[in-house]
Each structure stands twice: as structure tokens, then as C-alpha cells.
Design a protein around this ligand. Sequence first.
Ligand code: ASP
Length: 583
Amino acid sequence: MYRTHTCGELRREHIGQEVKLSGWVQRVRDLGAMVFVDLRDRYGITQLAFNEQNAGLLDKARSLGREYVIQATGRVVERASKNPKLPTGEIEIQVDKLEVLNKSEIPPFTIEDNTDGGDELRMKYRYLDIRRNPVKNNLIFRARVTQLVRNYLAEQGFIDVETPYLIKSTPEGARDFVVPSRLHPGQFYALPQSPQTFKQLLMVGGLDKYMQIVKCFRDEDLRADRQPEFTQIDCEMSFVEQEDVLQTFEGLVRYLIKEIHGIDTGPFPRLSYDEALARYGTDKPDIRFGMELTELTDSARGRGFRVFDQAEYIGAIAVEGAAGYSRKQIDEITKWMQRPQVGAKGLIWAKYNADGSIKSSVDKFFDATTIKDWMEKAGAKPGDLLFIMAGERQATQGHLGILRMEMAERLGLRDPKRFSPLWVVDFPLLEWDEETGRYHAMHHPFTSPKPEDIPLLDTAPDKVRANAYDLVLNGNEIGGGSIRIHDQDLQRKMFRLLGFSDEEAQRQFGFLMNAFTYGAPPHGGIAFGLDRLVAILGGRESIRDFIAFPKNNAGRDTMIDAPDRISDEQLKELHLKLDLPED
Ligand code: ASP
């Protein structure tokens, strides 16, 4: 037997007991006549004590290195100097037997809560990183969240079904990762971007309520804090309308926030897509704070200021308490907005000074009364700063939305301990893509239009709203789904609108459309990004902190060194010839 207790277990009431512990050496303190060893495992740290009475043992303890795996047998005794910070801090083990189970090299960074290891090093030695409390606790937290998700959904009658990973591609907007087939020369599987079509087929199969916590794969261009493989809580239900899905999953997210943080968020507000853009400049608004966009188009246009007169849209946000910003600060924010990643043209500002006076970058064109009128519209008080932007409607709203988030960040308004979920509904069904000169499904091609908008499919496709919804939490889209098309004719029509020929649609999605000929129930569902959900519930921004073995920003696993070349034999077996650019 390796142990009678864990390193986090022993307390005052165990004093006098003979125990055996196993774990890692966190620290050795050599006081000459005495040696103390902090022994660590997943559950905590217990102090081992060695004294002169057994010189051989004392020497052995002295020779232990950091991260050695050891086993110690001894008696639980009361500690002379207690450590109130440790749950085991009242006791120590007077060791009478010590065994080294395994030695360790000196770790490349310290296994402490605040380590000296940089990101890269910690990723390369992730197994050592996982020994550290912050990483370990995040993984435990993630497991707790998934357990709660399973409990809730099982309670609601959802059946956990596994769907295949080797499939053919489902278009969800990203590129597929593909897997060459050895047995079928020249043919490829694709890894699922999501189990979308399978979960719909499970509904045709009559399972009624499906759930799966499932890996999905998207070969997208790398963006910060994206992973090429990520986990979804994937769900589908039959005989439901949008309202049923929203109720069920609002229940789930409310339950999670309640269980984890003891907070009842109350019912989630709902915003239409158009309203979200108009008020927040984004379809995933952070509503923990106000600073909403105010449209000034009518009152600011036609006064002889060219930038405004030529604009389709003029809008503003009022930044609370920022009237004191210096010219330099405003310039810096302007530059930040003009970076290529944002691409704003310029920023117009107006200060509502504490004494009620107005100062603005457009003083030449607008008198104080006009600007005060804008201030009032935007809800600005003396002491606030108004940022105004003008241009094409969508883009300008988007820029104001980005500015709003940035100012909130700077002002500390994004409190990670607050949770403000909402639904965004009534998305457009289609999106025009300039590049390909085609419509794209905004959600995916299986999403149903709103029944009342179906006639518009023939006349004004861009006006058609989708029966789709997103769940947004603290400015992040954490889930999205839709009511699906379950009628083969409508599905065919949708594929045509998306530019598929009937043959192409048949070749790629024949299996689904055939299934729809055998009695497909009305159905709909949703998927949550588990990594992000866990990170936000954990009060953090980065999803990597909650993934045991994440890829780095270049999509590499630096620990196992993947992706990697494969041998010529493997290539041959797979009937592949490489055509690499010379470097
Ligand atoms: N398959 C969709 C996604 O991965 C979610 C859904 O429509 O249920 O975003």
C-alpha cells in the first residue's frame, strides 16, 4: 500500500496515528539538527519532520531533490510552529521510514503558484505545469462544470450519444481538417467542425433529446485564444420551437452560475440582432455596464461639417468621468482605434466639463448648445467625455462597439465576478459575401428561416430572418443554435440560395435530404463552447488555462511537437506525394 492518507487530509484529530503518505517533494528545509520536507500531492501539502534521533534518515531526507517521488511512514504529531495558511498546518509527520520511489531532474521552472516559468516553457513541460495549483485547480473546475452540465441535461432527459470523428465535411464556415484514407486511395475523411448533421439525424432517429460533450475541429486562420480543436456541449431536441430551446438552455446556464457562484441571474434579457448592433455595436454585447451607442445622425448631419454630412451614420458613446482626459490620452486612444486590426478613420471628441462648459474637437462647426443636446441624448453628465464616430452604418457601429469595450476595460467596468447573460435573436439568415459574390448562411445551411419570412426567400433573401439565437455572456458568444429546416423542399431551396447546384447538394447532403423524406420531426438545438464557458465561469479570459494540453498560438503542441512530418512509408501507404515549397 502506497498511502493511508493523502497529503491534504491530516488534521489535529489524527495526532498519534501511524500513517503512510506518498507524493512529491515540494521543498526541503535543512536546519542542521532537523530537516523539514513539504510533501505534495493533488490534495495538498503535509510537512514531514526528521530529527537527529535517526541520523541515517536525516541524511537521506537531506539528499532529497525537488520533485522526487517519495513515500514516508511515521506518526502524526502536533506542530511546534503552526501554519494557519495550510489546512494541514497544525500537524506534521515524525518520519521513521522514508523511501524514494523515483528521482527527478531539477524541474525547468518552479512548481509554485507563482512560477518563474514563461508560457513557452510551461507548455513544453505541461505535465509539470499541471502539478501547480492554478493549473490543477482549473482542470478540477472544468471537470466540475462538465459534471454539472451532465447532471442538468440528464435530469431533463437528454441522452448522451457519441457521433463519429471520421466523417465527410459539413460546411460550417471554416476549413476542415482532413484525414487521408489508406484503404481508399485518394479519398479523405474530414474531422467534424461540429456533429451538426449527425445530431439532426438522431432526431430523425427519434431520440428526441441528444447531448454530447464533444471535440470539434476547425482549420481556421489563427487568432489569439482560438484552438484548432475545442470542445462543445452539443445538444438537439425534437418537437421544439425557439422558445422551448431558449427556456431549456437558459435553465442550464442559470443553474451553472447559481451552483458555482451562488448568484441567480434572473431571466435573461433578449435582444434582436439589429437592436444589439444599434445599442452596442456588436452581436455579442457585454451588458455588465451601460455606455450604449447613441445615434446622432439626424441632429449632426447637414451643419456643414463634411465628415458628418457624408456619413450614413453618426453615433456616440458617453464615457463616464473621462472629461479630464488629456489631449495625449485621447490621441493614444485614437491611434489604438486606427490600428489596422480595428481600422477606424478618426475619433471626434467632446468634453462636458465639470463646470458645465463644453470643449470639443469640432468647436468650429458646432456650438455648445448643439453639443449639449448630443450629450443629453447620449446620457452624458458634466465630467463625461463623448466620443463620436461617423461613416458607413455597420462599420461605424462596429467601431463604436470596439471603443466601448476598450473604454470599459480601461475604466475597470468588466468585473469578472459579475455575470450578465443575454440572448441575441432574429439574426439574418443570409450574409452577402463580396468576395465570392454569393450568399452565405450566417449560422449554417440547416437553419430555418422564420416561418413568416419564408415568402421573402424569393423576393428579398437578405431581409429574411433566421430562427437562430446566440447566448452571450459578458461580451462573449458562449452558445449558438437554431431551429432547423426539416422539410426537404425548403432545405433544397436553401442550398440553391447558397449557390449549390442540385447535384452538388445531393452529393454533399443527399444523406440528410433523404433522411428528411422519412418523417423528420421539427427540431432544433444549440451548442456551447465549453472551453470559453468554463473560462468565463472561472473568472478568466484565456481558454488555454482550462485545457489540459492546449495548442499554442501557432496551432502547435510544443510538448509532443505536433504537427510533424510522417515517414516515407506512411506517405506511400496513404498514397500521398508531398509537393512542398522550397525553403
Ligand atoms: N453546430 C452549430 C455550431 O457548432 C451549433 C448548432 O447549430 O447547434 O455552432
